[in-house]
Structure formats: C-alpha cells, structure tokens
Design a protein around this ligand. Structure first.
Ligand code: ATP
Ligand code: MP5
Length: 281
C-alpha cells in the first residue's frame, strides 16, 4: 500500500490540565480535536488525580514548563487556534498570557475553568484577577458556565434573562470580544441553552436537552470543538453553533462508566458506524 501523507491539516493547541479519568481536560480536548480532523497539540498546566467521583489531588507544572511547551509547538508546527482550560494558579495564567501575546496566537478560546462538576475548586482564589486582567482581553471568545458567569458578572443567574444580562455585563466590563454563557448548570427550561453576545447580537442557542447524569467534560469539549472549527477557518458564530451540535450528540452517546458522573462520548461517529444508537435516539 502506498503511504499517503497529509501536509495541510489544521492544528489546534490546548493549554489545560490532565484528567486521569479521561473525561475532561487535555484528554477530552485531544479527542475532540481528533474527531474534528484537526491535529491536536498540548501544553499541560497541571496533573489531576481524578475520576467520575471527584478530584483527589492536583499537581501544578512549573510556569516555565508550560511556557516551553507552548513555545515548542508554536515555533515549529504553528497553530491556527488554541484553547485554555484549567490553568490553576496566578503564575501559570500570567505565563500563558505572555506566551499568547509574544507568539501571536490567534483564535484563542478561553474556558474560564473554576470549579469541577463534582464541586472541586480548580483555580486559586487570587488567580481570578489575573485571568480577568491578562488573559480574557486576548481571547476571541470566553465560555463561562453558570457559576463562572456569576463570578465574572457579579450577578445571580437563575433564569435565561439572567444569563443574557450576565453575558452583556461580562462583554462590557472584561472587554471580551464575544461571550458564551453556558447553561449546562441551569435548571428547567434553561438547562442546555447557551447565550451568545458579541457586542451587537444577543442570541439564544438551543439544541436538544439530553437527560443524562454523564456530563463530565461538556465544557472542555465545547471549547475544544470551537477551537477546532476556528482552526478550520470557520467564523466565530458558525464555530460556536457547530460545536454546540457536537457536544449535544456527544452527550447523547455519553459513557456510563465509573460510579459518579461519566464523560461525554466523543467517538460517536464511530459508534454510529457500528449501528449503536445512543441514549434516547
Ligand atoms: N443536559 C444537557 N443537554 C444539552 N446540552 C447540555 C446539557 N448539559 C450541558 N449542555 C451543554 O454543554 C455545553 C457545556 O456547558 P456546561 O454548562 O455543562 O459547561 P461546564 O460546566 O463548563 O462543563 P464542564 O462539565 O466541562 O465543567 C453547553 O453547550 C451546554 O448547553
Ligand atoms: C483537568 C480538568 N479540567 C477541567 C475540568 C472541568 O470539567 P468538569 O466540570 O466536567 O469536571 C476538570 N474536572 N478537570
């Protein structure tokens, strides 16, 4: 068989933490890139000992090691888009912001990860200010969940209108170019509905609500899918709406593993080929 090499492939970078359970973080991001036919590269910020029940331990990488990973990837391979996930501490956030600026990384998706699904704190309290001041202004889009949007806006969020108000406040106060407030943590009708605001258009993004407890990694998957679509040249709004479709289907095929909240099923295109039809399909 003749070898066929592919020399023109989109490349994306994830700057995030490792999840030993494979559901969120770097592991979710690289799988998401792969299922978008995007070559995935990574800069690991910390290593978590984690499973579907919770986070048992977190070990931070040295900021210099994070910087070196980003530099190694960008200087040789080059990236068309990047995303950040769990950044953990102030020094790592400041380093990532410096590298993004110095290496002129475009199409940056910032997922302002603060607390895990299982309630573990994933960022130091004193790091949030650095995230706001140094990293968010460099982002093409930020994707806070309900809890993170409350912190970033200072507003309580209980309804879709609260999500709309928070998206507008975050856009104005943090100079984020676009904001997606995610509704996975909402109750009732708002669950699974996201709000987009780019300074001009306020949009309500609705897909099918999936009734599953296995939602570990939805936010990581969404931001990695947005970065994938940006790396492929889609515009931001298209990248977001297609990423939301991907997450919805991955939730439909979520994996009922472990004793807690299982991860979304990134490999549904292969399962679909095998004739497996997923939850409620
Ligand atoms: N049950 C659901 N049905 C449909 N969509 C959902 C559901 N739960 C979450 N989503 C979608 O998944 C995406 C991620 O949102 P979510 O609010 O869960 O993020 P997150 O809390 O950051 O995720 P993570 O669990 O990775 O921290 C959003 O597009 C959200 O609407
Ligand atoms: C390394 C890492 N990154 C991100 C999350 C957030 O994901 P979730 O809220 O689904 O636990 C996590 N738990 N671990």
């Amino acid at each position: 068989m003749n070898a066929e090499t592919i020399s023109r492939v989109p490349v994306a970078l994830t700057i995030a933490g490792s999840d030993s359970g494979g559901g969120a973080g770097i592991q979710a991001d690289l799988r998401t890139f792969a299922f978008h036919c995007v070559h995935g590269t990574s800069a690991i910020t910390c290593v978590t000992a984690q499973n579907t029940l919770g986070v048992a331990r977190v070990d931070a990488m040295a900021p210099e090691a994070v910087a070196a990973q980003i530099q190694a990837v960008v200087e040789d391979i080059g990236v068309q888009a990047a995303k950040t996930g769990m950044l953990l501490n102030q020094a790592i956030i400041a380093t990532v912001a410096q590298q993004v600026e110095a290496l002129e990384i475009n199409n940056l998706v910032v997922d302002p990860v603060m607390v895990s699904r299982t309630g573990a704190q994933l960022i130091d309290d004193d790091a949030i200010k650095t995230l706001l001041q140094q990293l968010i202004p460099l982002a093409a889009i930020i994707t806070p969940n309900r809890y993170e949007a409350q912190i970033l806006s200072g507003l309580p969020i209980n309804t879709l209108d609260d999500m709309r108000a928070a998206a507008q406040v975050i856009h104005r106060n943090l100079k984020a170019k676009a904001v997606l407030v995610k509704g996975g943590g909402m109750q009732g009708n708002a669950r699974g509905v996201d709000i987009w605001f780019d300074g001009q258009h306020l949009e309500t993004l609705t897909t099918k609500r999936v009734d599953t407890k296995n939602t570990h990694g939805t936010g990581c998957t969404l931001s990695a899918a947005i970065a994938s679509n940006l790396a492929k040249g889609q515009n931001l709004y298209q990248a977001v709406t297609q990423a939301k479709e991907y997450v919805t289907t991955a939730l439909t095929y979520s994996l009922n593993i472990g004793q807690g909240q299982g991860p979304v099923g990134h490999f549904f295109p292969l399962l679909q080929n095998d004739g497996y039809r997923g939850v409620g399909v």
